[in-house]
Structure formats: C-alpha cells, structure tokens
Design a protein around this ligand. Structure first.
Ligand SMILES: C[S@@+](CC[C@H](N)C(=O)[O-])C[C@H]1O[C@@H](n2cnc3c(N)ncnc32)[C@H](O)[C@@H]1O
Length: 232
C-alpha cells in the first residue's frame, strides 16, 4: 500500500490551523452538507449505543472529529494523521475529549481493531493506485467490529468520461468562486490537479462490497465530493 504524497508536499502542511480550517471548508464542495449527513448518521445509529470505539483516518485539524465527539463525548477515539502540523491543531481542538493521537501513515501502520466506527473524510484519494485504495478498504474492513461501519467521505471521479469531465469542471469552478484570494486558488488548483488521485465512485462502491461490506450506501454527492456509509 502506498500514499502518493509526503505530508510536507501537501499545501496545508504549512498552514496555521485557522487558515487550514477556512480553506478546507471553502475548497471542498459540500464540506458542510457532507458533515451534516455525518451528524445524522451519528444521531440515528450511534448515540444510543453507549460507549463507542471510533477510529479516524486523516483527522486533519479535527473538524470532523469535533462534530462526532460533540455528539458522543464519551467515545473512545483514535485519530491518525501523518502531518504533525495537522495533528497539533487537532490536539488543541480536541483537548477536552478522550482521544489517542497517532502520527503515522494509515496505509503502513497497524490499525487498532474492534472499532464500532471508522471514519475517513477527504484523505483516501491520496492512496496512489486503485489497488492501494482497495487494499486500504480491506484493511479498514478488518479493523471494524461485527456490527460496525465505515463512514467514507472523499473526492471521487466517475467512470463515464463526460460525467468525469463535467464534475471536474464544476470542482474547479467552485475553487475559482470560493478561494479566499489568488494565492489560495493557485495552491488548491495545484493540489487538485497534481496531488489528488481520484478513483471512480462506481469502482469504490464495488471495492467496498468486494472486501465484505454488506450495505454500501451513497449518502451524499456534489460534483467530485461523495459520502458513503458502508456497514458490515
Ligand atoms: C483534507 S484533511 C481532512 C480533515 C478533516 N476530516 C476535514 O474534513 O477537515 C485530510 C488529512 O488526511 C491526512 N492524510 C492523508 N493521507 C494520509 C495517510 N496516508 N496517513 C495519515 N494521514 C493522511 C492529511 O495529512 C490531512 O490532515
């Protein structure tokens, strides 16, 4: 398994937490709506379970984690990221919760097992090849308890070339419309064109089923952004 970038190649690896937070929300179409869907899944399927064991892959500065922990403050939460700069922001943001922080590349390290929930939002597109992405899905599947799930949000593309082109155009249009300034636009456009390795949504749904998830549901989609809820 392999990640296509080193942490210091990511534009936001050198950002202050606040700049990262502003930029990621602006740069990912549907970032807020996607998170509202995560809130609903947590309310519907997890809050009533009592103590929940959660593993987040690519915690960033903790934006997603804060929403989950805000609803389940007693969760036993492990947060993995390979960027120390991002982890520093997450440590500050999540200091009141029971979180174990792990600095490591999730495609390389052993993952804790028996998780009720694995979450990964906008990070797995940095797995180099389709094979790497599918292998990571397999590894995630094995880290989940029998009645657990995987909430997977990411930037994706589409098998149909016209759909792929159209949604890529919409993604760049969104960047042009929402970037804070020219420098930000330059950085995020570069990141999207040269660092993001998007795989077709249809293939990723298929791989999730092939590694063993029984129910794989597309919960939200906007341009290249998608949220999948996969249950064992
Ligand atoms: C774009 S952020 C998303 C954070 C948060 N979920 C959000 O939506 O704001 C993705 C994070 O994944 C991390 N990441 C990407 N590939 C990784 C890998 N292979 N191992 C560990 N962390 C990784 C990056 O360092 C980054 O902090």
């Amino acid at each position: 398994m392999a990640t296509n970038v080193k942490p210091n190649e990511l534009n936001y690896d050198h950002y202050e937490t606040k700049k990262y937070d502003d930029d990621i929300v602006r740069s990912i179409p549907g970032h807020e709506e996607l998170h509202r869907h995560i809130d609903q899944i947590i309310q519907r399927d997890y809050i009533s379970r009592g103590k929940v064991k959660v593993l987040e892959l690519g915690v960033g500065t903790g934006l997603t984690a804060e929403r989950i922990l805000g609803q389940m403050p007693n969760a036993e939460y492990t947060a993995v990221d390979f960027s120390e700069q991002m982890l520093a922001g997450a440590r500050r943001r999540l200091s009141q919760y029971n979180v174990t922080f792990v600095n490591g590349d999730y495609s390389q390290i052993d993952l804790p097992n028996d998780n009720d929930l694995v979450v990964s939002i906008v990070g797995i597109h940095h797995q180099k090849t389709n094979k790497d992405k599918k292998s990571l899905f397999q590894k995630i599947y094995h880290s989940i308890a029998e009645d657990g799930s995987f909430i997977f949000g990411d930037l994706v593309t589409y098998k149909d070339r016209t759909e792929a082109a159209l949604n890529e155009a919409r993604h760049y249009h969104h960047l042009v419309e929402h970037a804070e300034n020219e420098e930000s636009l330059r950085e995020w456009a570069h990141h999207h064109k040269f660092l993001n390795k998007l795989a077709p949504l249809e293939n990723q749904v298929k791989w999730l089923r092939e590694v063993g998830f029984k129910k794989v549901k597309l919960v939200y989609q906007k341009f290249n952004t998608a949220l999948i809820y996969a249950t064992k």
